[in-house]
Design a protein around this ligand. Sequence first.
Ligand code: SF4
Ligand code: SF4
Length: 216
Amino acid sequence: MSVAVVDVERCVGCGLCVDLCPYEGAVAVKEWKSNVNETICRGCGVCVGICPSLALNVKYLTNRQILARVRVLLKTTRDYEVFEPKILIFICDWLSRKGANLSDVSKVQRSSNVRATKFPCVGAIDPTLIFDAFINGADGVLVAGCGVKDCDYIDGNVKTESRIKHAKMCLKDVGVEPERLAFKLIPLSTARVEFIESLREIIETVKNLGPNPIKR
Ligand code: SF4
Ligand code: SF4
């Protein structure tokens, strides 16, 4: 079963994981160390996305594994004579299972450099994964989660919003246009169409901005 796992050496006992966890009693801090109750924890990863010490991971899908996967995905992209934006889609697994269809990606114009990786919930996305994607050559990132009322983990999706806003500010501070990072919560009822629309939008935006300035 998928649950959160704490690295007690890293945990500083800040309690953010307790504040943000959508499930009461799934995680608690005792003697300055976080402790996960595996019978309550649903493995949504919201605590992983918020932990400032990188002390949490979802079992079987650690941030280290995601990092490695994203870097490999970016290596499979190509530099074409006419700019084809390298776009990474960070998508909620439930959205891709219940609505958005990743196999539709190839039908979108200029999508040959689009790659996707799944998360249990967009709430599990640590901003460092987004920054790492840009450092490793992404021209844009689309974070796609389920609509506001459709989250399988109560409100894990909306808890991501402020984190993305902050990530955009950080990108701006280092000279990367914040528009390169898009965040969409897509209702499941219209997911197939809206997901593709969101992808078209980010491809168009990034195409107009040109290559990621970090690369220059
Ligand atoms: S958010 Fe991270 S550092 Fe803070 S208590 Fe939870 S596991 Fe420990
Ligand atoms: S936020 Fe999700 S993964 Fe973390 S302890 Fe709570 S239920 Fe488990």
